[in-house]
Design a protein. Structure first.
Ligand code: NAP
Ligand code: EMF
Length: 316
């Protein structure tokens, strides 16, 4: 039987990370998670998650993001996936250095997992956010490390929670811009499964992979109609004009100016769908046509039955 690649995940206890760790285990990979040392201050939910990981056979490695400590672990694996939080993006320089020194890593996936940052020009606060991620891409290329850059587009449950706020009792939904631009919302469990497949796939070496399955392309207006049909309630739409959003991106202090600039890029300008998937690019559902991903319809059904908990992202 072929030997499964050993996968190390940085940020594996996080929002998308825990899905990636579970996907890695479910596809039979020896899986390691590098995490900050657990102590009496560690929140109970993270302790519980680490216990769950242990029972799933995951190897937890506790340490700081420090060269010698990470080098030692990197030498024991084949693939490194980084899903550290945004404020830790530049810490990836240490991971890149260690991967260079170790010399054994077959593939590195840095903490991208959003818009295709090399192809869009958003408002300045989001531009500055993406500049850091772009710098990391350029460092990886310059170091000659085998990589895959993942553009996962919108985390589906995260954005359904953000846009529709299903856990609040209310009759209004905010719509950014005119609600017509198309976005892409992918369920987190599918993002995780695609990511493990992509990390092991020779076709994706040194390439960008975009997660843009056809059933997950949707506008805000379409999403709201679908939700109205499913839950049997009509909502009033509170349109937030482009002018207001741009103004907020100019006047809100950092880091609150970042999420409004993301909303502008994704939902007002429609940046996720504003470029064609070119000859050089790979699209996840085309790479893995047999994988039965969750459509937006099905994702909203999940929200009706067992709503995933809302989460908030860190920006600084
Ligand atoms: P997250 O849950 O906020 O954090 C991931 C992990 O980072 C944490 O579990 C923690 O690991 C580590 N971490 C947090 N603070 C740290 C600190 N001060 N020092 C060292 N490590 C720290 O991350 P996420 O929201 O999943 O984001 C992962 C990636 O996805 C980012 O690149 C983000 O920009 C992107 N993202 C995309 C979308 C989208 O819709 N496309 C949405 C959200 C995020 P340990 O506690 O185990 O050390
Ligand atoms: O919270 C977010 O947006 C709220 C409007 C940020 C965390 C989400 C995010 C999305 C991305 O692309 C869709 C971060 C980075 C991204 O590239």
């Amino acid at each position: 039987m072929e030997k499964k690649n050993r996968i190390l995940v940085f940020g594996g206890t996080g929002y998308i990370g825990k899905n990636i760790v579970k996907a890695s285990v479910s596809l039979g990979h020896p899986t390691l998670v590098y995490t900050r040392p657990l102590n009496s201050q560690t929140c109970p939910s993270k302790t519980q998650l680490c216990n769950d990981f242990n029972s799933m056979g995951v190897t937890l490695v506790q340490g700081e993001l420090e060269h010698d400590q990470i080098l030692k672990v990197i030498k024991q694996v084949d693939i490194v996936i980084c899903v550290l939080a945004y404020p830790q993006v530049m810490e990836q320089l240490k991971i890149i250095d260690a991967i260079k020194v170790a010399g054994n890593i077959k593939r590195f996936l840095p903490s991208d997992f959003g818009v295709e940052e090399d192809r869009i020009n958003p408002l300045p606060p989001f531009q500055a956010f993406l500049d850091k991620k772009r710098n990391i891409r350029r460092e990886i290329e310059a170091a000659g490390i085998p990589y895959t850059f993942v553009s996962a587009n919108c985390f589906g449950a995260y954005f359904v929670n953000y846009l529709l706020r299903p856990y609040e009792k209310r009759d209004k939904i905010a719509v950014y811009g005119n609600g017509e631009s198309k976005a892409v919302l992918n369920y987190e469990e599918d993002i995780a499964m695609y990511t493990i497949k992509v990390a092991n796939d020779p076709r994706t070496c040194n390439r960008i992979v975009i997660y843009r399955p056809s059933k997950n392309i949707i506008s805000q207006n379409e999403l709201i109609s679908l939700w109205e049909q499913k839950c049997g309630q009509n909502f009033r739409k509170d349109f937030v004009t482009e002018e207001e959003i741009v103004k907020q991106s100019e006047t809100l202090p950092h880091p609150e100016n970042i999420p409004v600039s993301i909303l502008h890029s994704v939902f007002v300008r429609g940046d996720l769908m504003a470029f064609e998937i070119g000859e050089e690019d790979l699209e996840a559902s085309e790479l893995y046509p047999d994988y039965n991903y969750t459509s937006i319809h099905q994702l909203l059904d999940i929200f009706l039955v067992n709503p995933p908990a809302p989460a908030s992202a860190a920006f600084q």
